[in-house]
Design a protein around this ligand. Structure first.
Ligand code: SAM
Length: 320
């Protein structure tokens, strides 16, 4: 006889009722997790049960889990083929410690590891500096293909954070000199460390600057890229709590959030070469408002068939 759904007992041990704290406490007592796959599985489950999506971390609970386990095992390639790697008891303790800090905070994985992953490369990051994840990273090769490079190619990143975007340009365009600026001295310090790390110091420099205030007025850039803060301050506390780990000054702006975007639109033309390109990430939610400001000027980019919240404008567009 098929039981009436009302008769089915609800028992306390339902796996759905386990919290991340239960799982983590049990794992600390249990030494059977001895392969990478077991710990990846555990980490993924704990992170997901804590309600974390990983959007400003590695992208998903699974990718967070792989990063925590593989990085602890000094396996730089987070590939499934290493899931059978043995985990020593010391490594296991270390992974569980990182996992606890991941969910109890919550702290994004890049801050735990001091490493961020962007456009196929690793960049040093630390708490207080935005974790690079711009939509522009995915579009970078396509966008750079549109740039008309002059005989002495030059690029600028406004609001550089770790410098991941600008350094990715320098790596892809070996003839280019690339300048980075950020209003935050800590970001400039981290960007400088990343310039050294990627051995592009002969062609790159990072400086503290409020938008164009500290930028060489004589320089004419072939491309200027910017992923500036654009989320309205009214959103503070309303977005996913994971974002609270990052500096508010890198994310939020007063009013409609677009004052720095307006400053970039108003101030970029004199810094561009005649055929130079300004590329701005403004976020998909701001795309309609910025499109209205631009009144038909510029080219909006798509990623995977969807709006990317990224617009490019030529110097002529900006002067129109
Ligand atoms: C969203 S983060 C992006 C960082 C980096 N471009 C990336 O995509 O990873 C915005 C950055 O702009 C910087 N910023 C904020 N206001 C600025 C200003 N007035 N002038 C220059 N940089 C600014 C912040 O400090 C932060 O590093």
């Amino acid at each position: 006889m098929t039981p009436d759904p009302g008769d089915v007992p609800v028992h306390d041990g339902s796996p759905h009722e386990l919290s991340w704290k239960d799982l983590l406490a049990a794992a600390r007592e249990d030494a059977t997790f001895c392969r990478a796959r077991d710990l990846v599985r555990l980490c993924e489950s704990v992170i997901a049960r804590a309600g974390l999506t990983g959007f400003n971390s590695m992208g998903s609970p699974r990718k967070d889990a792989e990063a925590l386990v593989f990085e602890t095992l000094a396996i730089r390639d987070h590939n499934e083929r290493y899931l059978d790697a043995a985990v020593s008891s010391l490594e296991r303790v270390q992974i569980l410690g990182l996992l606890e800090r991941r969910v109890d905070g919550p702290t994004p994985v890049p801050y735990l590891l001091g490493e961020s992953f962007f456009a196929g490369r690793r960049f040093t990051v630390r708490p207080g500096v935005f974790i690079p994840r711009s939509a522009l990273g995915k579009l970078l090769d396509q966008v750079l293909a549109e740039v008309v490079w002059s005989a002495q190619p030059r690029a600028l990143e406004l609001g550089c954070g770790t410098g991941a975007l600008g350094i990715s340009i320098a790596v892809r365009v070996p003839a280019a000199n690339v300048d980075l600026v950020d209003i935050d001295p800590l970001a400039v310090q981290v960007a400088t460390a990343n310039i050294r790390r990627h051995r592009v110091g002969e062609r790159m420099q990072a400086a503290v600057s409020d938008m164009y205030d500290g930028v060489d007025r004589a320089a004419r850039y072939d491309v200027i890229v910017a992923n500036l803060p654009y989320v309205p301050e009214a959103q503070i506390g309303r977005t996913n709590t994971e974002i609270d780990a990052e500096p508010q000054t890198a994310i939020y702006r007063p009013g409609d959030g677009l004052d720095l975007v307006r400053r970039a639109l108003a101030g970029s033309a004199p810094h561009l070469a005649d055929r130079g390109l300004l590329v701005l990430e403004v976020g998909t939610s701001n795309q309609p408002a910025v499109a209205e400001l631009l009144a038909g000027r510029g080219r909006w980019w798509q990623s995977g068939g969807a709006a990317a919240g990224v617009v490019s404008l030529t110097r002529a567009d900006l002067e129109a």
